[in-house]
Design a protein around this ligand. Sequence first.
Ligand SMILES: [Zn+2]
Length: 61
Amino acid sequence: MAKLNREWHLQHKLPRNATREERLDWHLLHAENCQCREMPESIRLELEARGWTAPTPRSLK
Ligand SMILES: [Zn+2]
């Protein structure tokens, strides 16, 4: 069952008109703080193209 970090979501609202950069930032933080949903493929690929690697379960608290 995916775990929703409600606190984090309340503090990090992604605006409907968010830019691509904001969206990438949001998903990056989201992946580190919450597991309620998978990162979209397009976002993941773009982050990986920038040198980001998906956090492993061991790197998460
Ligand atoms: Zn979430």
